[in-house]
Ligand binder design. Structure first.
Ligand SMILES: C=CC1=C(C)c2cc3[nH]c(cc4nc(cc5[nH]c(cc1n2)c(C)c5CCC(=O)O)C(CCC(=O)O)=C4C)c(C)c3C=C
Ligand SMILES: [Fe+2]
Length: 388
């Protein structure tokens, strides 16, 4: 929440410029507006130009200033103002905007076919998914996070406006409430199943772990096959609906067995407090594993996945009522970052989809993958590496 040590007040700012893009290892904020976009022009130069203008606008908005600077709110009476205005007098709220490129951007329309990193492939079909094509894919993504939902919305709205005629929104997902912790100072939030989420996540302070598992070309990671992606990472997004009515009828013991942790404390079932290391090998007096063979945390753990780890940075969502069933459409908009999606997200999700006890309470309804380039220096464009 807002009282988190790493984000003590909504007046805080997160620098836009730097070696890494903000919004990945920077402390997870409270609200998300995630937009997937398609490029509607066939001219690469127009796209590069939008990326330049987006970079300037995102850097400006991250300081809490309106698009176009202080004058952006007003101007000539016969012209629309440069900034749409709804974030005026709101604090910057730790706004971050993170850009990603989808695999379809490299299909040849913009002369980029030779620049696609091998890891940026459409995700394969996975168990437990019932994907809605209107919530999948995209040539580009903009992930806006802030501690005020109006600040996050304002950022996406203004960037979409700048891109008019060159890009068009394909789908949007709003998220309320972070479901991950990305730095040591942050308290662990709860997801809509009522469990602490993010306990065993990678954290900003674990720079060796991030190099190995998150940053492309990091120390201990596979080498970058495309120079422009060095220092970047891959984002996988999954809209995961929770069948909350079924979950809410499951007894507490069943819920804890399915996750592998205690609901109130977040402790592993082999421990007593949240950060106790789980003992996956421990058996009870009757010889049964204490952490169930189908427990989510066992099947997602690095020990079960050849050491694979991911940085989770998802949000709870609700899109109101599903009119076809009369049930709540709510769940987790899962976002994770990693430098090798095939051996990380895809491998873990294959295992989860096939055996995880949580799967019967979930339905994956949206999916996308994006390559997030490294950060930009002052005066540089997001598109600098890819387009030059
Ligand atoms: C493919 C990756 C994962 C998906 C999809 C996923 C969905 C999902 N997870 C929860 C709730 C929890 N997950 C927890 C831990 C956890 N989950 C993943 C991966 C995916 N989860 C990993 C890698 C881990 C860490 C495993 C470990 O190293 O121990 C937990 C436990 C607390 C924690 O460590 O965060 C919860 C709770 C839901 C509800 C969900 C889909 C809606
Ligand atoms: Fe999980």
């Amino acid at each position: 929440g807002r009282e988190a040590a790493a984000t003590p007040g909504a007046t805080r700012t997160v620098p836009f410029h730097g070696a890494r893009q903000a919004g990945i290892t920077t402390p997870a904020q409270d609200s998300l507006v995630f937009a997937a976009l398609d490029v509607t022009t066939s001219r690469a130069g127009e796209l590069a130009d939008v990326l330049q203008r987006w970079s300037e606008a995102a850097a400006t908005m991250a300081t809490g200033a309106p698009v176009g600077g202080p004058g952006g709110l007003g101007g000539a009476a016969d012209e629309p103002p440069l900034d749409t205005g709804e974030a005026h007098e709101l604090p910057p709220a730790n706004l971050t905007v993170t850009l990603g490129y989808g695999p379809s951007l490299f299909d040849g329309r913009f002369g980029l076919a030779g620049r696609r990193p091998a890891a940026l492939e459409e995700l394969p079909a996975l168990p437990g998914e019932q994907l809605d094509p209107t919530r999948c894919g995209g040539d580009l993504c903009l992930q806006a996070c802030a501690d005020d939902p109006q600040v996050a919305f304002h950022a996406v709205r203004n960037l979409v406006r700048i891109g008019r005629g060159v890009v068009a929104v394909r789908w949007v997902q709003l998220g309320f409430g972070r479901t991950a912790t990305t730095s040591a100072g942050q308290p662990t939030p709860r997801n809509l199943m009522g469990f602490k989420d993010g306990t065993a996540n990678l954290r900003a302070e674990d720079t060796a772990g991030l190099d190995r598992h998150v940053w492309v070309g990091g120390e201990g990671a596979p080498a970058a096959d495309q120079e422009w992606m060095r220092g970047g990472t891959y984002l996988v997004a999954r809209r995961i609906r929770m069948l909350v009515e079924a979950w809410d009828r499951a007894p507490l013991g069943e819920q804890e067995r399915v996750i592998g942790r205690a609901k109130v404390s977040g402790a592993p079932l082999t421990g007593t407090s949240e950060f106790d290391p789980p003992d996956l090998a421990r058996t009870s007096a009757t010889g049964e594993p204490v952490i169930d063979v189908a427990a989510h945390m066992r099947l997602a753990a690095p020990e079960t996945n050849g050491g694979a780890r991911i940085l989770r940075r998802g949000y709870s969502y609700t899109d109101g009522l599903d009119l076809t069933t009369g049930q709540l459409d709510a769940g987790l908009f899962f976002i994770c970052f990693g430098n090798d999606p095939a051996s990380q997200f895809v491998a873990i999700q294959r295992r989860l989809g096939a055996r995880d006890g949580l799967t019967e309470y979930l339905k994956h309804t949206g999916s996308a993958i994006f390559a997030c380039p490294p950060g930009t220096a002052e005066g540089e464009s997001w598109g600098q590496g890819l387009f030059t």
